[in-house]
Write a protein that binds this ligand. Structure first.
Ligand code: UT7
Length: 336
């Protein structure tokens, strides 16, 4: 059976930096609260009416990943795109990337809807296609544009200070080498908590014409809702469970991890996991301070930056883990 390796990584974030001080001008919040509760100092937002979209940022990250892998866009056999903020209701951004990268082949393009766990879910799908021999080279992307859909008033402050825009991408390729690349992936969900972190409408359960007809100034269902404390409590448990599941499956323990790249949900969550699992600061990568929570993009952005900084080396044991809306949670263990 083939193994899949990450042979190229790339990331792209919009130029526009939005600091905590910038948010203070829009809502009743402050830098001290945001840093103390989340660790975030600034995030990126796309320019209103600018060129950056979920698909275009995904393509920009993908171009770098493709170049780093030493291949061309036409070598790609399949695209998997994770996002909760697609350019359109339909079609999904996967096909837009195929167009934007000028891929001539009529390859498949799959869109994945698993929010913060979306990148690991996508990686897992790609890994199965490679392991079965169906495809040799797969482009996996996570990209989000949150900024235009956030409630930038005091009403939405517990959510809007957290999320940022950006994209990350990885090229996965088949290898005949044993015990290398993606060792295993682990996917979970608990749908009974679907509405604890969700954006409900307008949607097919509340079509946009009904929404407009109501014309209710207090309406907020078009903004993301998060039951922050409940999500936090579940996150710290599920992160540890799914990391341990990956370690147990491969006969490793926490001390063997060279780098844990957790989904950047909240610095306090990452620090809690680090402490509980007795990991050193060198073993855990965080960049939420600069980008906020970029949902499906957070892991590939973090992995790409960690690699650029030399924090991921050949032979390293890298663990990816995520938790978020759904609830969904997931992990991947990679022998680099
Ligand atoms: O990526 C998907 C997974 N996401 C997560 O895992 C996120 C999980 N949750 C969290 O990270 C945290 O729950 C938050 C950062 C969202 C909130 O932190 P918290 O410590 O749970 O705060 P809280 O919601 O309990 O609110 C505490 C206080 C409240 O005021 P009162 O009722 O005590 O007077 C809030 O109204 O902080 C207030 N508050 C704010 N104050 C200033 C909430 N948001 C803000 C804000 N600025 N932005």
């Amino acid at each position: 059976m083939k193994q899949s390796r990450i042979t190229g990584l790339g990331h792209y974030v919009p130029d526009r930096v939005v600091t905590n001080q910038d948010l203070e001008k829009l809502m009743d919040t402050n830098d001290a609260w945001i840093q103390e509760r989340t660790g975030i100092k600034e995030r990126r937002h796309v320019k209103v009416g600018g060129k950056d979209t979920t698909s275009s940022m995904g393509s920009a990250a993908a171009k770098i990943a493709i170049e780093k892998a030493g291949i061309t866009a036409n070598d790609i056999d399949f695209i998997v795109f994770a996002t909760l903020s697609p350019d359109y209701y339909f079609p999904g951004p996967g096909v837009l990337v195929q167009k934007q990268l000028g891929i001539k082949k009529e390859i498949g393009a799959l869109d994945v809807r698993n929010q913060c766990s979306g990148f690991i879910y996508s990686l897992s799908v790609a890994d199965q296609f490679i392991k079965t021999g169906m495809y040799k080279t797969i482009l996996v992307i996570g990209s989000e544009v949150h900024s235009g859909g956030l409630d930038m008033t005091t009403r939405g402050r517990n959510v809007s200070v957290i999320f940022g825009d950006g994209a990350g991408a990885a090229v996965l390729q088949a290898t005949d080498e044993k015990d290398i690349g993606i060792l295993s992936t682990h996917l979970h969900s608990e749908g009974q908590h679907a509405e604890e972190l969700a954006l409900i409408g307008p949607s097919t359960t509340d079509w946009v014409d009904k929404y407009i007809e109501r014309n209710d100034p207090d309406e907020s269902s078009h903004f993301p809702y998060m039951n922050g404390n409940f999500v936090f409590k579940n996150a710290v448990i599920r992160f540890q469970q799914v990391i341990n599941e990956a370690l147990d499956k491969n006969d490793f323990s926490a001390k063997d991890i060279n780098l844990l790249v957790p989904h950047q949900a909240n610095l306090r969550i990452s620090q809690f996991i680090q402490k509980q699992m007795m990991l050193s600061s060198d073993q855990v990568y965080n960049n939420i301070q600069k980008y906020g929570n970029t949902t499906a993009a957070s892991i590939p952005i973090a992995m790409s930056e960690a690699f650029e900084e030399g924090k991921i080396q050949k032979g390293d044991l890298v663990c990816l883990a995520a938790f978020g809306s759904g609830f969904t949670w997931a992990s991947a263990l990679i022998q680099w």
